[in-house]
Design a protein around this ligand. Structure first.
Ligand SMILES: [Zn+2]
Length: 337
């Protein structure tokens, strides 16, 4: 982490995501193309004017798409809970105006490469840069899709807890993150990721858990090391809980962390090992999102969890029933899409 990006604001550390410059190399050139040497024989056979026309047409095409994309996304922050089957993958696009950018964030990647198709639908085809990826914890249904993303996108920042597992997927994560020229940020409470930009203020992600730096610790079952974060969008907020279980929910309650939120990503896919009643009551969300696979082998979400959520009159949205769940936040209100 570069020193100039982090400032100690009294109690919390603030990390500011650098604004993506849309007109740089990472924006135009798909990562895979960077690795392809131009084939001289093809270039040689193609006459220069034809080649130039192709280049101009491609440029115009990209320009037209950039206008279409920017016109459709301008003044709301979007949070999409991707339907990636049994797992979590949450995409955040911050507002942007004109060609000014905005931030793209992916929290977990789900259990396989399904996330790539989802990203392809949400991001313009020429944009191969993701500003921030977050790994809540290195279990298969969260890490596997991120490995695919790291192979195909330029990732600028990586936020994770640093816990170590003895699995092939974890070793691949270590290899790919070492190769990626990204800022690595180790998450613990009191870290704030600042998402403000010229067109949108008072938006940030606060890390609430883990309370301590866990980097280098080898842990077999990492659910209870999950990074818990609160995404704040003006007056509205989202609590993102990874796969924490009841014991961590209780720790968060006891710590006095500000967990009160408008949207709750229900922990651990709605398993009955999570969502203790006092926790749900304190978060007091208007909407609860459950990310689970259709007819998954774990029986998620558990009827007990659904009962707790219904007891508090919370609107439950399930990816196994609805597909992708998209919530727009204009800083004062939330809209479902
Ligand atoms: Zn999980």
């Amino acid at each position: 982490m570069r020193n100039q990006d982090v400032q100690d604001y009294g109690e919390s550390l603030i990390f500011r995501i650098q604004q993506e410059n849309r007109w740089n190399g990472g924006f135009f050139v798909p990562k895979i193309l960077l690795r392809i040497r131009l084939n001289n024989s093809i270039m040689g056979r193609m006459r220069r004017p034809v080649f130039l026309i192709l280049v101009i047409l491609s440029g115009l095409n990209i320009f037209a798409w950039s206008i279409v994309h920017d016109a459709s996304n301008s003044d709301s922050l979007e949070v999409i809970f991707f339907d990636v089957g049994q797992g979590d993958a949450i995409f955040i696009q911050t507002p942007h105006q004109g060609l000014g950018g905005g931030h793209q964030i992916l929290i977990d990647g789900g259990p396989d490469s399904a996330v790539l198709e989802k990203l392809g639908r949400e991001m313009p085809f020429w944009d191969r840069t993701i500003d921030l990826i977050v790994l809540t914890h290195p279990e298969h249904d969260h890490i596997a899709g991120l490995l695919e993303v790291l192979k195909r996108y330029e990732v600028k920042n990586i936020l994770w807890t640093g816990v170590v597992r003895d699995t092939a997927e974890f070793r691949e994560w270590e290899k790919l993150t070492a190769e990626e020229e990204a800022e690595i940020i180790i998450a613990k409470s009191l870290l704030r990721i600042d998402l403000n930009n010229s067109s949108f203020s008072n938006s940030y992600i606060d890390v609430l858990y883990p309370f301590e730096d866990l980097s280098g610790q080898e842990i077999k079952k990492t659910n209870n090391t999950s990074l818990v974060a609160k995404l704040v969008c003006g007056e509205k907020s989202f609590l993102l809980t990874g796969d924490i279980e009841k014991s961590v929910e209780k720790e968060l309650l006891e710590s006095g962390a500000d967990i009160d939120s408008d949207v709750l990503k229900v922990a651990h896919h709605g398993s009955k090992t999570s969502s203790v009643e006092e926790f749900v009551e304190k978060v007091s969300p208007e909407i609860a999102v459950i990310s689970a696979g259709k007819q998954n082998a774990f029986g998620h979400p558990h009827p007990e969890t659904l009962e707790t959520l219904s007891k508090y009159g919370i609107n439950v949205l399930r990816t196994d029933e609805l597909g992708d769940v998209k919530i727009l936040c204009d800083s004062r209100s939330l809209k479902l899409r």
